[in-house]
Design a protein around this ligand. Structure first.
Ligand code: ADP
Ligand code: MG
Length: 400
């Protein structure tokens, strides 16, 4: 992959695809406020590097899923403001994606200055399935700049105008974030030190079936918690009460378990679970054995024996990938499983990677020491697709 070092950027206009898809809430005064600026911070090293080399930086990014063109609620204005604070430099926001305002803002940039284009998904061509339609927008974006840097790891699994098509029209390189994510996942996928343990959780098995299938060819141990463990427990013949269950996946999961056994991969399942009478922090709850969930109760976290078992099962690992919370960590009574597993992973002596948007959010919410992990991925969907063994179009295009 080409890097920024391979590009001549001094005095040139550099279009940088970033991931600014940040969570927002209403500030109460008609404006919107960013509740987690992690994704903005993640691109700062690339922006600072480009500025230090005298580049004129034009950022392009999306926010949410605007349906019918420009939507003030999904403007990148709060991002431009936050970016300006973090860089301690003004960040001009174009009022359109590739029109008159974008051209003016781009033309006015001086060496070392930074501008941001308005939400690229305000232009429906960005996500068109038709390559020719996307190509028109890509050509307009390319006309604003001299070179392209891809640094939105959260979107590299998308075939979109500002991700792949524009890279085909300009000299291009991976930014520092995309480079570090690609390196870490490359190591995990192609050359993991063993034991290699993957911890999976989250809500649905069906979201992660492809990942499990692919991982069975490489991991030594697979730990399953979260909402998806109940489909595994059901596949063992246990009753799961009112827990999250994907009945149509039970046979597939049985097949996965047989495959794992044939390959010598151990699948580690919960021994006990925290069950509650309702999906609520205030509901009555208790710990039961994993094979003793009664009707009317739903499993919302792994239990204490399982916390210890999972902690033990990662302790000797040299590579750990964790994707998906162990329970409904957003509610305090069901956060302990996720906390225990996350903490255990921080004590592992080896490469430790957190993938998945909610898992990364859990680390922050629960106050786990982020420096205890080798890497917390900024791309949930992209990291899952890499773990599925897929070629991501936004990375492949940078290799040409
Ligand atoms: P990630 O974004 O890390 O890949 P997912 O999106 O797959 O994770 O799943 C995250 C969600 O899974 C969280 O909102 C969490 O509350 C939910 N979850 C975890 N365990 C359970 C459970 N036992 N029942 C229902 N939902 C669960
Ligand atoms: Mg998620």
């Amino acid at each position: 992959m080409q890097t920024i070092d391979d590009l001549d950027v001094a005095g040139r206009r550099v279009l940088v695809r970033a991931d600014f898809n940040v969570p927002l809430e209403d500030a109460g005064d008609g404006t919107r406020r960013i509740t987690d600026d992690g994704r903005i911070r993640a691109v700062l090293p690339t922006v600072e590097l480009l500025r230090s080399r005298g580049a004129r930086v034009i950022l392009v990014a999306h926010l949410g899923r605007p349906k019918n063109g420009p939507d003030p609620a999904l403007s990148l204005a709060p991002v431009a403001a936050r970016l300006g604070e973090l860089l301690a430099a003004p960040v001009a926001l174009a009022s359109d994606v590739s029109g008159e305002s974008a051209k003016q803002v781009s033309a006015a940039l001086m060496d070392g200055q930074v501008a941001l284009l308005e939400n690229v998904r305000f232009d429906s061509r960005e996500t068109s399935k038709d390559a020719a339609v996307r190509g028109q927008l890509a050509a307009e974006l390319a006309a604003l700049a001299d070179v392209f840097v891809s640094d939105g790891f959260g979107v590299v699994h998308r075939e979109q105008a500002s991700v792949t098509d524009v890279a085909r029209l300009l000299p291009h390189a991976a930014g520092l974030l995309v480079l570090s994510e690609a390196k870490i996942f490359g190591k995990v996928l192609h050359n993991p030190e063993r034991p290699y343990v993957v911890v999976l959780g989250g809500s649905k098995v069906s979201d992660k079936l492809g990942v499990i299938q692919n991982l069975l060819t490489s991991v030594d141990r697979l730990l399953v918690g979260g909402g998806m463990c109940f489909t595994f427990l059901a596949a063992l013949g246990y009753g799961v009460g009112s827990s999250l269950l994907e009945v149509d996946q039970i046979d597939t999961v049985k097949g996965l378990m047989a495959d794992a056994q044939a390959r010598g991969v151990s699948i580690v399942l919960p021994l006990d679970v925290v069950v509650a009478t309702a999906f609520s922090a205030d509901a009555e709850h208790k710990v039961v054995a994993a094979d003793s969930i009664e009707d009317g109760w739903l499993g919302l976290d792994i239990g204490p024996l399982t916390r210890a078992l999972f902690a033990q099962s990662v302790s000797d690992a040299r590579t750990v990938v964790w994707n998906g919370p162990m329970g409904v960590f957003e509610m305090a009574p069901y956060a302990e499983g996720t906390r225990a597993v996350a903490e255990a992973i921080t004590h592992v002596d080896g490469l430790t990677v957190v993938g998945g948007g909610d898992s990364a959010a859990a680390v922050r919410l629960l106050g786990i020491d982020e420096s205890g992990f080798t890497h917390i991925s900024t791309g949930g969907g992209a990291s899952l697709e890499l773990l599925e063994g897929r070629v991501l179009p936004g990375l492949a295009v940078l290799e040409d």
